[in-house]
Design a protein around this ligand. Sequence first.
Ligand SMILES: Cc1cc2nc3c(=O)[nH]c(=O)nc-3n(C[C@H](O)[C@H](O)[C@H](O)COP(=O)(O)OP(=O)(O)OC[C@H]3O[C@@H](n4cnc5c(N)ncnc54)[C@H](O)[C@@H]3O)c2cc1C
Length: 496
Amino acid sequence: MTNPDVIIIGSGIGGATLASALAPTGRRILILERGEYLRPSSQDRDPKAIFGDGIFRPDEAWLDGEGQSFNPGNYYYVGGNSKFYGAALIRYRAEDFKPRQHMGGQAPGWPISYCDLEQDYTAAEQLYVVHGTVDEDPTEPPHSGAYPNLPVTDEPDIMDLRARLRRVGLSPASVPLGVDIERWLSAGQTTWDAFPNTCGGKMDAETCALAEALKHENVKLLISAPATKLLSDNEGHITGVEVDGHGTISAPLIVLSAGAVQSAALLLKSANDNRPTGLANGSDQVGRNFMNHNCSAVLALHPLRRNRSVYQKTLMFNDYYNDVGQGGAPLGNIQMLGKITGPILAAQTGLPGPIAAMIANRSFDFYAMSEDLPNADSRVTIDGDQIRLDWKRSNWEAHEALVAKLKQHLRRAGFPIVLSRPFDRRTPSHQCGTARMGNDPANSVVDPFCRSHDHRNLFIVDASVLPTSAAVNPALTIAALALRTGRHIIETEFAA
Ligand SMILES: Cc1cc2nc3c(=O)[nH]c(=O)nc-3n(C[C@H](O)[C@H](O)[C@H](O)COP(=O)(O)OP(=O)(O)OC[C@H]3O[C@@H](n4cnc5c(N)ncnc54)[C@H](O)[C@@H]3O)c2cc1C
């Protein structure tokens, strides 16, 4: 496409959702995507290939805070990380937008309220065809519209688990899910969490938002097109994007949505004589405040009870989300993991196959998730050409308390054996915060409509703008913010 009106860098949840919002305007929109399409392969449902050999992971090494090299679980395909996500599409709770005290420190709150984002949450749920209900979770914030579909049905053993959790005083609720369950299962009898979506059964950035955007002739996707640098002039106007293999491409409006780590890296790499610390970085906040949830897998077993579930991921509870019941600090969310099978457990732990199968056939697998707090020293930087991710985990005490509470309840619910293991620090699944939103240009990167404080023609619409991580999965909030930004762009940039 020559002379686009808008360039969007990245086709993940943020970029694709924004493209779907702008597409009906008829403006010429060029989406640059570093990766290629994820095509069906014989390994799509092969746990050893996915969890053991990591065949879908990138051929890329980052450095950690100690300078050790690691291969990150960060995916570069059309649709980005959502091609592998668990499709739990949950709203931040209203309380998450306000400042609040955690065990490990203070969460700063957002420059916008839950109400400011509510209509966009509703629209995002429509776009991603979410299955859910507002009637079960006491922490569910107000919805102006119903979910487009009823919740995905619990499998029989999860139905039994739901009743057990209720009996010990918890409030189990259905996870809002972007999954067409028949379609997913007809392509293979596995869960979808962390499995690649090549059958269209998962409602991800490619299958929903990008497909919607590409119905419009004025939208084009260029694949295998990594942006390597943003260019700016003396006045701070972004004048173009250098794209590997395609030279410099220019447009009046540039949108960055390469993911929280890659967007920060690109802004830092784009330093020039006028902006020696990188673009959009007058506040020195680009790359800082990196957050990723504190998560553990918690496996509950009874030696004589089997879990025959295939997907499992339909249940959550938020009894400790806002406090521990009688006041106290927030601890986090509990939801089911996609069902862990023997081969997955063997690939991830190195346990012999028969032992892994014996455990997995009985285990009910939970995902405990607690908020990570912003910290200026938790950051993405560039070391030569390489990304350094120095994640300083925070609020771990709240996570330990959450896991302890969960274990107590699971024992009372009839599971004498409860095992837990923190998630690998090198999997930045819920990365966010590295170009945070705020009113004050001195300590934030974008304004409340995701426009760069420093460059009027630059917007950022991926997870990097989230000022806090809350303790729920981020994708729906990223999508809602992108829709809100889309409306703002149409009103302020396309009005004439
Ligand atoms: C295994 C797994 C399970 C998850 N489960 C859930 C879940 O159940 N619910 C939930 O809400 N969230 C979940 N997440 C997180 C969720 O997937 C992400 O929060 C979300 O997809 C992030 O969207 P994004 O637009 O910020 O970035 P990304 O998804 O990272 O998209 C960025 C895009 O930009 C492209 N790109 C990168 N650099 C460049 C460049 N230089 N030039 C051009 N293109 C570039 C990438 O290839 C990618 O397509 C999960 C993540 C993983 C990995």
